[in-house]
Design a protein around this ligand. Structure first.
Ligand code: TXA
Ligand code: MG
Length: 340
């Protein structure tokens, strides 16, 4: 049991975080997407601590964070032309690329897969810590598995207090949803998890791009998922989430005629003045970047109030909106009510 400290991201504290990582500890660090829980990729003991602290299922692999492109040569077996193009265009940035792994990477990280996800974060603090630790870092999101990813140090503290020695506080994450994850299959980029790097960003650099069906559909046991994370319920507040795709007036009528005790709504800024029921906003209706930035914080806030049912105004699924929609779909266990 630790007395978990939240430390501001000074040079000295980043150095301390790197030292702890070099001493087989796990440390929470900010990135531009969400906070990560970081361990030295070569340290089996530390990697096992990650799974334990997060209560992460043993078959959900970790992604690796690098600070230089050279680091990939000790991680990936090879890099194809499309992967090069993705790296050149989007790194540093919120894009995780799946590579064939080489023998240096342990099965504990990849959960027995022969592939490994890698990204180069676009955040000076993350890069400093990787450089100081002198090793790539395995870092899943720093939440307890199943709860919304953390977008500030306090979220991490609420989930992991007592389980880790240090949280490096870099403020609120710029993006607020996890990185886009892609793999390459038959010369085609396949989108496995939507994020800030959008479908059209990918289409701009390569003509063949497909979307994994598990982004829109519930994972069924007969499928073998390409990305093991899709099997698990995610981003779920304790309340039952009901996602409603409709105009505001239909949403309003639906909630008023179905409401029971102890419910809340998650709506857009523009809706707030028109509601007569409990409502929390997750940004402006036309600004998906804002929705991405606020979603997890608002889900966590609603969780603390112990509501039983949460009615959510459905976001648009274009650009980064697809990431917001996908996280809400998963919180709602893929159930959407269509009205209008
Ligand atoms: O933005 C992010 O990606 C954050 C920050 C901390 O970098 N990290 C993050 O990690 O979201 P995590 O572990 O919470 O999500 C990684 C996702 C999981 O859904 C996992 O199943 C998938 O990537 N993944 C990891 N390795 C994979 C592989 N070899 N093939 C397919 N999917 C993989
Ligand atoms: Mg996660």
């Amino acid at each position: 049991m630790f007395k978990t400290k939240i430390l501001p991201a000074t040079d000295e504290n980043c150095k301390k975080a790197a030292e702890l990582i070099n001493q087989s500890e796990i440390v929470a660090i900010p990135t531009e997407t969400v906070y990560g829980l970081a361990a030295d990729i070569k340290n089996e003991l530390a990697i096992k601590k990650l799974f334990k602290a997060k209560q992460r299922p043993q078959d959900n692999p970790l992604i690796i964070h690098v600070s230089t492109i050279d680091m990939i040569s000790n991680i990936a077996e090879s890099i194809c032309n499309i992967q090069y193009k993705l790296i050149k265009t989007f790194w540093p940035g919120p894009l995780t690329i799946i590579f064939k792994k080489n023998d240096n990477i342990s099965n504990t990280i990849t959960c027995g897969l022969d592939t490994v996800g890698v990204r180069m974060p676009d955040n000076k603090i993350t890069i400093d810590i990787i450089n100081q630790a002198k090793t790539p870092l395995a870092a899943p999101s720093a939440n307890i598995s199943g709860s919304p990813s953390p977008t500030c140090a306090q979220h991490v503290y609420n989930d992991l207090n007592g389980k880790i020695p240090v949280i490096i506080d870099g403020g609120i994450c710029n993006i607020g949803v996890e990185s886009t994850v892609v793999t390459i299959e038959n010369e085609t980029i396949k989108l496995l998890r939507p994020g800030k790097i959008t479908l059209s960003d990918l289409q701009n650099i390569h003509e063949r791009v497909t979307i994994d069906r598990n982004i829109y559909q519930k994972f069924e046991n007969i499928d073998k998922p390409i990305s093991p994370g899709v099997k698990y319920k995610h981003y779920s507040p304790k309340a039952r989430v009901i996602l409603i795709k409709s105009s505001f007036s239909s949403f309003y009528s639906y909630v008023n005629s179905n409401k029971s005790d102890n419910f809340c709504t998650l709506v857009f800024d523009e809706d707030l003045c028109k509601t007569n029921f409990p409502a929390v906003s997750y940004g402006s209706v036309n600004i998906p970047e804002q929705q991405a930035n606020q979603l997890f914080d608002k889900l966590r806030y609603i969780d603390l109030q112990n509501f039983k049912i949460l009615y959510v105004r459905c976001p648009s699924d274009t650009d980064i909106g697809l990431a917001v929609y996908n996280r809400l779909l998963r919180a709602a266990n893929f159930e959407v009510i269509y009205i209008d």
